[in-house]
Design a protein around this ligand. Structure first.
Ligand SMILES: [Zn+2]
Length: 347
């Protein structure tokens, strides 16, 4: 394939999925789902890997709704050990007992061990900034001096950080003002996470500023903003961060609909954004123990990215047109950026 270093070939295959003007067969094009969750062994992912030529980065997460981190890591390792060409993982650490003196020793030792076992990065979650309180009852933010030794360690050891910090901007708005049907449904169901109802939670702007402070203070740290770095509402704001912080990249997981909303009026602007920042954006589905969501996302997102067909989404009112990205851009988005950014990947 031209410009792709011969890594993959289209050949003469016809795709069983018909996309009117996509020249690329979805089954053959190499993909990495850089934001995926599976917390129990499920053989269906191996089949989907074969059917769609997709590999997975299983993201361990320090959240109450997930099984323990120990279980998540065991499961992630069993996938990776059984099929290292298809499964990798990103480890995490517990914030429990963060005020105790041995927390740092234990956490740095556990991160070292996970990296030795094959983890390609570490995940930090929104409990930092939106949930954990300091002894003085203020919220522990990611730019708190407490975390300086952690980021120094990660920067020095070239361990990438996948940061889910903050939430969609809609989280700070009343339900009727939210721009996304999906966000509205989610916060209606989970009022505990709806920041608008909890004015004590630091503002959206404070969450983003705390993350930006880490990018600024640790310029050699590789930091990936999960879910478009929680700047899903404005591709222009995201572009400003890319311009300012060369160490910053994002995955699109669970937030592509927000870009499609912005593209509904001016599809070319979003297309230009994906082209201009082609090295900084990774594909991801955020499928969580949900093979149906995984398959549906793979197919729908492919249609959007590779064709000019009209697409539909549960999140966007009406039809919107696909952006048919150049093949080189697709290759970066779907495959090579994840390999570059998570350089420990073996697939
Ligand atoms: Zn996720």
């Amino acid at each position: 394939m031209r410009g792709l270093g011969g890594r993959w070939k289209i050949g003469t295959l016809t795709s069983k999925y018909t996309f009117e003007n996509s020249m690329l067969p979805i089954e053959k094009f190499p993909k990495i789902d850089a934001h995926f969750h599976s917390t129990f062994n499920d053989s269906r992912y191996q089949k989907i890997a074969g059917a769609f030529n997709v590999r997975y980065i299983n993201i361990n997460t320090d959240a109450d709704v997930f099984p323990s981190l120990e279980t998540q890591e065991q499961v992630a390792l069993s996938y990776a050990n059984a099929s290292p060409q298809h499964f990798a993982y990103i480890c995490s650490f517990e914030m429990n007992n963060w005020t105790e003196t041995n927390w740092y020793n234990d956490v740095l030792a556990s991160i070292k061990k996970s990296i030795q076992n094959g983890a390609v990065g570490i995940k930090i979650w929104k409990n930092i900034g939106m949930g954990i309180l300091k002894p003085d009852r203020s919220f522990l933010m990611i730019d708190d001096p407490f975390f300086i030794p952690l980021f120094e360690f990660l920067q020095e050891n070239k361990i990438p950080v996948l940061a889910h910090l903050g939430e969609p901007k809609n989280c700070w708005l009343p339900l009727e003002k939210m721009t996304s049907r999906r966000n509205r449904a989610y916060y209606e169901k989970h009022p505990a996470f709806h920041a608008y109802l909890h004015p004590e939670i630091p503002s959206y702007q404070r969450q983003i500023a705390a993350r930006d402070a880490i990018l600024e203070t640790f310029p050699d740290l590789t930091l990936v903003g999960a879910h478009l770095g929680s700047m899903e509402w404005s591709y222009e704001e995201l572009a400003k961060r890319f311009d300012k912080y060369p160490n910053f990249s994002v995955d699109i997981s669970s937030r592509l609909g927000h870009l499609q909303m912005q593209a509904a009026q001016h599809p070319e602007k979003i297309r230009d954004f994906f082209i201009q920042y082609a090295d900084r954006i990774m594909y991801g589905t955020d499928a969580y123990n949900n093979h149906e969501k995984l398959e549906t996302s793979l197919i729908n997102d492919w249609k959007y990215f590779t064709t000019r067909e009209y697409c539909q989404s549960t999140e966007v009112d009406g039809l919107f047109q696909g952006i048919q990205l150049p093949e080189e851009v697709l290759y970066k988005l779907y495959f090579s950026n994840a390999k570059t950014i998570y350089s420990r990947l073996v697939f």
